[in-house]
Ligand binder design. Sequence first.
Ligand SMILES: [Zn+2]
Length: 89
Amino acid sequence: MAKTAKEKETKAAAASKETVHPAYGPIHVKCACGTTFATRSTHKGDIHVEICSACHPFFTGKQKLVDTAGRVERFRRKFAKSDAAQATK
Ligand SMILES: [Zn+2]
């Protein structure tokens, strides 16, 4: 089967787009709360986020301390240690 002129044209257009645009492919976004969703991006590899629409207080409607990545807990542990050190002096 012979290729039509239109087929050749679309192939040429696709080739030129590949050279001009960065690779735009499917990726996964992973949140610290455990939620994962697929999207498309020019970003290479998966994206890790600390908060997403599944756990952000605005979407959950719950007032909560946003500490999914354990930052506040780490801070508290650090200062609990220094308090204990001072108490033994
Ligand atoms: Zn989340």
